[in-house]
Design a binder for this molecule. Structure first.
Ligand SMILES: C[S@@+](CC[C@H](N)C(=O)[O-])C[C@H]1O[C@@H](n2cnc3c(N)ncnc32)[C@H](O)[C@@H]1O
Length: 363
């Protein structure tokens, strides 16, 4: 009897980084999201204030537990999930990792009125859209707070079908060679709109596209001026399918296809990403090299136009038989005095402030 108890206490189903995790057939847990959780945990650590965190779609509790275990600035963790099995499991997992957590079984739309958060995690199945209004209720009466949002409805945000994206995000998507940046910017636009209804402005601190999801951690700050300033950063990206040329502005270019409205502001805060990189270099995450690569690419995306150029797509448009290598293209653009960098969005794409004509010339 004694022995059996020891075995069952020491046996966990997963070890994610150093976190012991029990699982249940009734509760969602996806190992493919480990990198997303690691990047998010670095973001929590890079925020220089004490955070009361609500993990509002907690499932096994893995996010909240990792945030608390890996970051000394976490004051408290509250789990929320609509499923009783998730709440039971999150409590069990918190205990197994010596984390003191509060757990609330309920629909986020109900508990939003009773809980307050400095940092809120929104990680639902599919679109975060229906939960955004609820999310901002958690920030009352905070002046500054942080919203971490995941969207796994990439087929909607980055797809070619207008109606599902209009329905959920009130924006037109564009299924072209830089659709992943468009999708991320549509998601941020929706967040900026809801934030403004709550008199808050948004500052994306780190935003990325990976595998089947889009992710952003955003600072929200109360103020009517800030809310309006965020709305002024919304606009459209116009796209000429025949030539591959594109531009951005408040309104679409007449007679061209377009995406939007979408967020035209920055996707990341440079100094925040630097802090995350420093933290990452001190943590022994199993994905730490991939994370460092992603973060260094994101850092160079700051200050660049809101789209990227896919080398393969340009070669196809120009009927080029031989693919020039990325390094040469980047060097040639820089020699002409333009900025040019690789991007985290795609291994075969670059970001540049060069006009399209100059980009075509270096091919
Ligand atoms: C994608 S899983 C969360 C994954 C988890 N954050 C992780 O990193 O493993 C979504 C969770 O949200 C819960 N959920 C769905 N709708 C909800 C709602 N309206 N309010 C609260 N929880 C909800 C589900 O029961 C499920 O456990």
């Amino acid at each position: 009897m004694q022995l059996l108890r020891c075995v069952s206490l020491s046996k966990v189903d997963y070890l994610e980084e150093k976190i012991k995790l029990y699982s249940s057939k009734k509760v969602f847990y996806n190992t493919a999201m480990q990198l997303c959780r690691s990047v998010s945990s670095l973001a929590v650590g890079a925020i220089e204030s004490e955070l009361d965190i609500v993990d509002a779609f907690c499932a096994s509790g893995i996010r909240g537990i990792r945030y608390a275990k890996e970051n000394p600035n976490v004051g408290s963790i509250t789990f929320v999930d609509i499923e009783p099995a998730a709440i039971t499991l999150a409590k069990k997992n918190a205990k197994a990792n010596d984390i003191n957590a509060t757990a609330v079984k309920g629909n986020i739309s109900k508990v939003a009125f009773d809980l307050v958060a400095d940092f809120l995690e929104i990680d639902p199945f599919g679109t975060p859209s229906p939960y955004l209004v609820d999310a901002f209720r958690f920030f009352n009466p905070k002046k500054v707070a942080y919203l971490s949002v995941t969207a796994t409805d990439v087929a909607v945000l980055c797809g070619g079908k207008v109606s599902p994206c209009m329905k959920n995000y009130h924006s037109k998507p564009l299924n072209n060679e830089f659709t992943h940046e468009i999708g991320l910017r549509i998601m941020l636009k929706r967040i900026a709109e809801v934030a403004s209804e709550f008199n808050m402005g948004i500052t994306p601190l780190v935003s990325f596209s990976n595998k089947h999801y889009l992710k952003s951690v955003i600072k929200v700050t109360r103020g009517a001026d800030l809310a309006f300033a965020s709305l002024k950063k919304l606009g459209h990206i116009s796209y000429d399918k025949k030539t591959g040329d594109r531009s951005f502005g408040q309104f679409p270019v007449p007679d061209q296809d377009y995406a939007g409205p979408l967020w035209l502001g920055e996707l990341h805060d440079k100094s925040f990403i630097k802090k995350m990189r420093t933290l990452n270099s001190k943590r022994n995450y199993s994905d730490h090299e991939e994370i460092e690569q992603m973060l260094s690419l994101m850092e160079s995306e700051v200050g660049m136009p809101p789209y990227y150029y896919n080398i393969h797509h340009i070669c196809k448009l120009k009927h080029l038989a031989q693919l020039p290598d990325m390094k040469t293209i980047i060097e040639r653009l820089r020699k002409k005095g333009y900025k040019a960098y690789r991007t985290h969005f795609s291994k075969v794409s670059i970001k540049s402030d060069a006009p399209y004509k100059a980009i075509l010339e270096v091919f």
